[in-house]
Design a binder for this molecule. Structure first.
Ligand SMILES: Nc1nc2c(c(=O)[nH]1)N[C@H]1C(S)=C(S)[C@@H](COP(=O)(O)OP(=O)(O)OC[C@H]3O[C@@H](n4cnc5c(=O)[nH]c(N)nc54)[C@H](O)[C@@H]3O)O[C@H]1N2
Ligand SMILES: Nc1nc2c(c(=O)[nH]1)N[C@H]1C(S)=C(S)[C@@H](COP(=O)(O)OP(=O)(O)OC[C@H]3O[C@@H](n4cnc5c(=O)[nH]c(N)nc54)[C@H](O)[C@@H]3O)O[C@H]1N2
Ligand code: SF4
Ligand SMILES: [Mo]
Length: 700
């Protein structure tokens, strides 16, 4: 018997990171277990990671390229060869490029899975289109870019060293394991160093239950709370005077701008008591080191995200917690090919006038187009028409804000190509669907381009099923067929080896090692300064000022709820799924069978709603219905709605009931946008609820 255990890292169930070992026999993966020898995850893996083989061998996997027959979204498909599929894509893209210009071709990339999104950017650069759209503006880009503006890097929590205080702000790390690894490290740090714990979340999450201070914030007011913290810290002189004096610029401007955000004013708007605000600000500022574990709720909060990011980075800086052990640090990139080189930035011949960010007034420094702006451009045909969309690893009908407008936009396009593992509602709207190989079916590198200072090996373990090919392989081949052969590779192995070349290793050696880390150093600014125009932390951001934005944080007061929409809806990522993905997998579905709305008992009783009742949720943008779960963990004025739901078991003809329970029916992707990032709110949505009686809503 040639049974063998092979080591790899989990991927594509979140950003990936846990070590797994897989039992392989005669080319078939038989079992998967957590790898207890992995230095980072140390034997941890969640239910998703354990479902890796169920995903590989799932009967609903796409196995062949298919082309649409009949009307768009009608569920009729013809199986075609790869040669015909790629030939069709090349003809369409060439035709559109010639007739309308390269900018009429857009790419939509989901959250990064491996290296595929970078190859897509390379192809877009070579084609001459600036239109690679992502959901980065509601994910990590605001913190990354604002970090660059203010201190030259994204400050990530340093769990490698003891810390005295951890603030988990709008994150649910025991469920999401942010960045595929941070949840595990946080848990370990809590056990090992017993730091104080502050949690800022409208919902009493598992981690909130363990907190010294839980701040049950009103959704969407994190920007105000951050300014309130700054107010207390500056007023009570709890900041690091030496660091502020030596290493920052613009502290006086901050002093002035935070004057009005008194604890009493912030308390009224955030629903957190004045006393708690003051205690939390003091707890964070008086602990050294202290780290801030930043969550996605902040980016999902929409139109104030640029100011929230500014405030939080300033908070870390003035309390002396930047780039110190146990604080928020700059991780050093391991020696690999640079991002710029990989995406072919030097070969890019992009026309700045075609930049949609510039047109819509958001930061032209964003390396991609916010999906909200892509959809707006398709619908309005301003400043120009977009004709083709290549969607890679994304499900915009579920994941983009304002699903109805996404549906309209998809219908308007001349050509929609989707690559995915499964047929999704979005793929069902395509003209051409390409079946992709998933991890363990090709050699891949994980965490490249993420700001954690390491990359992970994800070697191939089994052959892909049917005719599935990796995204990298598909884009590489497409690039060659579109006439850019000299900038692509004769096979992905060459590509991977080139990426790794600066480390002196080839892919084979790297996969034996499993991980490649950058050198761990702290206080780098003492030698090199901060990578900002002034070499200091720019509390008054010269880049923001130059680009015409608010250079020190100041914020808008949130709109209040009203009689028509008296509640606020917010959400949380699903513990057992990755966004809208993997509702097919029975082991996961057993854990979470259908979507729910969580309602506080007082609120439920007011609306005569019982556990398990069907409830309509109505926002100014639409209506969905879900099953009620009564929970003391909610705030009485807030409802928590499950995110990412569609039903693979339903027919393709109805696009798998994509509208019924889809939270983004309730959000809007239209302006107002955050001025810098084009972000719209996903979490603090005014709504009302109604009990559904025999298919009709019972109106109160
Ligand atoms: N209301 C609301 N909206 C949100 C969020 C929220 O919390 N609330 N979260 C936002 C955030 S942070 C993000 S990052 C986005 C995510 O947005 P998306 O990335 O669009 O979301 P997913 O549902 O993960 O869609 C990914 C698709 O890729 C497929 N897939 C998985 N692996 C591969 C692969 O290797 N190759 C290819 N080609 N396909 C693959 C999956 O089957 C799935 O259909 O959503 C955002 N939207
Ligand atoms: N299981 C699983 N893991 C994932 C993902 C997934 O879909 N499923 N997605 C991955 C991706 S792309 C990302 S970006 C990360 C995100 O991971 P996290 O940063 O952990 O983000 P979320 O789970 O979206 O939300 C975190 C918390 O925000 C709270 N919250 C809701 N509204 C507000 C608010 O207005 N203010 C505050 N302060 N808190 C609020 C919610 O109650 C929740 O506890 O997770 C990654 N990991
Ligand atoms: S936490 Fe993330 S990386 Fe770890 S096993 Fe689960 S899905 Fe995979
Ligand atoms: Mo994300």
């Amino acid at each position: 018997m040639d049974e063998q255990w092979v080591k790899t890292h989990c991927a594509r169930f979140d950003h990936g990171g846990c070590g797994l070992k897989v039992l392989v026999e005669q080319g078939k993966a038989l079992r998967v277990l957590p790898d207890e020898t992995n230095s980072r995850s140390r034997g941890y893996a969640c239910a998703k990671g354990m479902a890796s083989l169920e995903r590989i061998y799932h009967p609903q996997r796409l196995l062949h390229p298919v082309k649409r027959k009949g009307g768009r979204g009608g569920g009729q498909w013809e199986k075609i060869s790869w040669d015909r599929a790629l030939g069709y894509a090349v003809d369409k893209l060439n035709h559109i490029r010639e007739e309308f210009g390269a900018q009429a071709i857009a790419f939509s990339q989901g959250s990064p899975k491996g290296l595929e999104y970078l190859l897509t950017m390379r192809l877009a650069n070579l084609l001459g289109t600036p239109n690679v759209a992502t959901t980065g503006h509601v994910c990590h880009w605001p913190r990354e870019l604002m970090g660059k503006f203010i201190c030259g890097f994204l400050p990530v929590p340093d769990y490698e060293n003891p810390t005295q205080c951890i603030t988990v702000w709008g994150s649910n790390p025991f469920n999401t394991n942010e960045e595929g690894i941070l949840g595990i490290h946080l848990k370990r740090s809590l056990m090992k160093y017993c730091p104080k714990l502050i949690v800022i979340d409208p919902y009493r999450t598992e981690i909130a239950k363990q907190a010294d201070l839980w701040l049950q914030i009103r959704p969407g007011t994190d920007n105000l709370l951050a300014l309130g913290f700054l107010h207390v810290i500056v007023n009570e002189e709890l900041y690091d005077k030496e660091f502020v004096q030596e290493w920052t610029k613009g502290f006086d401007a901050l002093k002035e701008s935070i004057l009005s955000y008194t604890p009493s004013m912030v308390s009224q708007l955030t629903w957190i008591s004045e006393e708690k605000i003051i205690r939390a600000a003091r707890m964070y500022a008086e602990s050294t080191p202290a780290l801030l574990h930043w969550g996605n709720a902040l980016e999902n909060n929409g139109i104030n995200i640029s100011q929230t990011c500014q405030s939080l980075i300033i908070l870390m800086a003035i309390t002396g917690n930047l780039d110190i052990p146990g604080g928020n640090v700059q991780a050093t990139v391991p020696p690999v090919m640079s991002l710029r080189k990989l995406i072919g930035a030097e070969r890019s011949s992009l026309d700045a006038r075609k930049n949609l960010c510039r047109h819509y007034g958001v930061s032209p420094r964003l390396p991609f187009v916010p999906s909200s702006i892509l959809i707006k451009t398709i619908l309005d045909e301003r400043p120009y028409a977009i004709k083709a969309l290549f969607i890679q690893g994304s499900n915009p009908l579920l994941s983009y804000a304002g699903s109805e407008r996404v549906f309209k936009a998809l219908n308007k396009l001349d050509c929609v190509i989707v690559s995915d593992i499964f047929m999704t509602p979005t793929a069902a709207m395509a003209d051409l669907v390409l079946p992709v190989a998933t991890n363990m079916e090709f050699n891949d590198i994980g965490h490249y381009g993420l700001p954690h200072g390491y990359i992970l090996a994800r070697p191939k373990i089994v052959d892909p099923p049917g005719e599935c090919r990796s995204d990298m392989d598909i884009i590489n081949e497409l690039g060659r067929r579109l006439g850019f052969g000299q900038f692509f590779w004769h096979g992905i192995e060459h590509f991977l080896n080139e990426i790794l070349a600066p480390s002196g290793m080839n892919y084979e050696e790297f996969s034996q090692k499993g991980i490649l880390e950058g050198e761990r150093r702290y206080f780098k600014y003492r030698d090199e300064g901060f990578a900002t125009p002034s070499g200091r932390v720019e509390i008054f951001s010269s880049i923001m000022a130059e680009d015409g934005y608010q250079p020190v944080p100041r914020t808008k007061i949130p709109q209040d709820t009203n009689h028509a929409y008296p509640l606020l809806m917010t959400s949380v990522k699903p513990k057992n799924f990755f966004h809208s993905g993997y509702r097919h997998l029975q082991s996961l579905r057993r854990k979470h069978g259908e979507p729910r709305i969580r309602i506080h008992p007082e609120t439920a009783s007011k609306y005569k709603i019982l556990q398990g009742d069907k409830v309509d949720i109505i926002s100014p943008y639409g209506r969905i219905h879900l099953m009620a779960k009564i929970s003391e963990n909610c705030h009485p004025r807030v409802v928590m709605v499950d995110y990412g739901w569609w039903f693979p078991e339903k027919g393709k003809e109805e696009l798998f009931d994509w509208k019924e329970c889809n939270i983004n029916i309730l959000t809007s992707g239209d302006p107002p946008y955050d001025p810098v990032f084009g972000t719209t709110p996903l979490r603090n949505i005014p709504c009302r609820i109604e009990k559904v009686i025999k298919g009709h809503s019972y109106d109160h």
